[in-house]
Design a binder for this molecule. Structure first.
Ligand SMILES: [Ca+2]
Ligand SMILES: [Ca+2]
Length: 148
């Protein structure tokens, strides 16, 4: 019984101090939502905007590792959309949240702009990035600011 009480305390306290709404995971004052429901990049982008966020941007190895670890807990075999695109200028990658595109984690041989690929997806098995066909249906990751 005391184990139950301790477990509840841990969960209740973490809920009390969580910056993120339910279903979102917190990391360093940011909230992340990942969906294995598939959408095109534009549809996924719209979904994240409706949630007051953006498709996720990544800026450090640690931030990316946090997400890769989460995703690999529920292996789906699908790629996930992120907020990077080079649809304005070919090769001029930018994040939809306006943050600087400095940290990169490209998979070998990418970006290759294969038949005009302009949207950034993460390969689920290794977390490396691919420039991908924006029309494809992928899972997606949203990111938003914490609330406190
Ligand atoms: Ca491109
Ligand atoms: Ca590619």
């Amino acid at each position: 019984q005391s184990v139950l009480v301790v477990n509840c305390l841990l969960i209740c306290v973490s809920l009390l101090f969580s910056q993120c709404q339910s279903g979102w995971r917190e990391y360093e004052n940011k909230c992340y939502f990942f969906s294995t429901d598939t959408k095109s990049w534009l549809e996924a982008n719209e979904f994240c905007l409706e949630e007051q966020g953006h498709l996720a941007s990544f800026h450090t190895e640690e931030e990316l590792s946090f997400l890769i670890a989460l995703i690999q807990q529920s292996p789906t075999g699908i790629s996930m959309w992120m907020g990077g695109h080079d649809s304005m200028t070919e090769g001029g990658w930018e994040w939809t949240d306006g943050s600087p595109f400095r940290f990169i984690h490209w998979n070998a041989g990418n970006p290759d702009d294969y038949y005009g690929e302009d949207c950034l997806s993460m390969l689920i098995n290794n977390g490396y990035w691919n420039d991908d066909n924006c029309e494809y249906k992928r899972g997606y990751i949203c990111k938003r600011r914490g609330e406190k």
